[in-house]
Design a protein around this ligand. Structure first.
Ligand SMILES: C[S@@+](CC[C@H](N)C(=O)[O-])C[C@H]1O[C@@H](n2cnc3c(N)ncnc32)[C@H](O)[C@@H]1O
Length: 261
């Protein structure tokens, strides 16, 4: 019997995201959120570890890439980008965007896949290893096993490579002060079932596993994945998220470095 190239929760996500690609990125709050991510990445290249002008080739993985917002932000600063997403529609959108911008497949392309699945198919080729940077943007909360997910991303990095997670601070915590520091200790994000979801009847709620990730939770996950040099910074302002009961959520950017051998 063939072994599946998608995990069980990956399959739930695939079914949902395959139907979302045309509509969701037209929503004004999603457009604002993607602009916020794009601007933060572009404004924090040093923090991400990107040297300018680049002295050496830099290979980036955009995991759970969607249409490729992280890739679009990083494109001028890296030499090669590979995207992976469970959804064929997202992968098609990512590749169409690259093609329409005149970017070669060697420089940037995505494939369907799920690093949590029993079989990896085309992801086993060397093309999907040896990354300097792996970014996972707004997708870790859609994964039922974030510890394993990050360990799998770290396996794909070169020694000294960086994994960068962009996601939500747990919603039961307060937003940042004006100087960007947390206004009180963050609680742990909690695992959700759909009845607990703060997104209520939002069409994506059944695809969400975690309410968010605190700094401590991210540091624990990075440590288990044998990373060092962790950091966790907040977006400079909360994001408008109309499906959330408060109407707002706080985004974070967290990074860890794979041990240098
Ligand atoms: C909220 S979208 C984020 C897309 C993009 N990274 C961004 O920041 O705009 C979540 C994405 O995660 C993908 N996804 C969910 N579970 C996945 C998994 N197990 N492996 C790979 N991709 C997954 C979905 O198909 C979807 O494209």
């Amino acid at each position: 019997m063939a072994t599946s190239t998608l995990g069980a929760f990956g399959e739930v996500n695939r079914k949902h995201w395959d139907t979302q690609v045309e509509q969701i990125f037209k929503e004004p709050w999603i457009q604002n959120l993607t602009r916020q991510i794009y601007n933060h990445l572009r404004s924090n290249l040093d923090w991400i570890g990107i040297q300018q002008p680049s002295q050496t080739p830099t290979k980036m993985l955009d995991y759970a890439c969607g249409p490729g917002i992280a890739s679009q932000a990083m494109l001028p600063y890296v030499t090669e980008i590979r995207g992976i997403d469970v959804s064929d529609s997202m992968v098609d959108k990512f590749n169409a965007g690259a093609r329409d911008a005149g970017i070669s497949e060697i420089q940037m392309h995505a494939v369907r896949g799920d690093l949590l699945a029993p079989a990896q198919g085309s992801l086993e080729s060397q093309d999907f290893y040896g990354f300097d940077l792996a970014i996972m943007s707004m997708a870790l909360h859609h994964i039922d096993n974030p510890e394993t997910m990050i360990a799998k991303l770290v396996e794909r990095l070169k020694p000294g490579g960086t994994v960068l997670i962009i996601d939500w601070v747990p919603s039961k915590t307060a937003f940042c002060r004006s100087d960007g520091s947390p206004s009180h200790e963050y609680s742990h994000g909690f695992r959700m079932d759909s009845s607990q979801s703060d997104l209520g009847q939002h069409p994506s709620s059944h695809t969400v596993s975690f309410d968010g990730f605190s700094e401590k939770h991210m540091n624990d996950i990075f440590a288990k994945a044998k990373c060092s040099e962790f950091d966790y910074v907040l977006a400079t302002s909360p994001s408008e998220v109309p499906p959330d009961p408060s109407g707002q959520k706080q985004m974070f950017f967290a990074k860890g470095t794979k041990h240098r051998m």
